[in-house]
Design a protein around this ligand. Structure first.
Ligand SMILES: [Zn+2]
Length: 105
């Protein structure tokens, strides 16, 4: 018979806290508010519209492909780049997707 408590204390390190914030289980309903998300993908940075919990800072859904109708061409949409996203939402703060830290514009 293996005592599970002994097993855990022996094989699972006590200091498991990876990061103070992230290891915490959320005890609230996330309150998502619109924001911009900075995401570094293969060394190129992207700015996307997303949402972030104003309570714990968790990044929620991110809109990877934001499109906008092309003027004068009703059936066409163009993909918005980071610069256009920034121009479209000048009031929103930018947060890093990985760290959740706010990024200066
Ligand atoms: Zn939250």
């Amino acid at each position: 018979m293996v005592n599970l408590e002994d097993y855990e204390s022996e094989f699972i390190p006590k200091h498991r806290k990876k990061s103070k914030k992230k290891s915490k289980k959320s005890d609230h309903k996330h309150l998502y508010e619109p924001c911009l998300v900075h995401w570094l993908i293969q060394d190129s940075s992207h700015i996307m519209k997303g949402e972030r919990c104003s309570v714990c800072g968790k990044i929620g859904d991110v809109n990877f492909f934001e499109t906008e109708p092309v003027e004068g061409k009703p059936r066409l949409c163009k993909l918005l780049g980071g610069k256009e996203i920034l121009e479209k939402y000048p009031d929103l703060d930018i947060y890093d997707y990985e760290t959740g830290e706010q990024i200066e514009k």
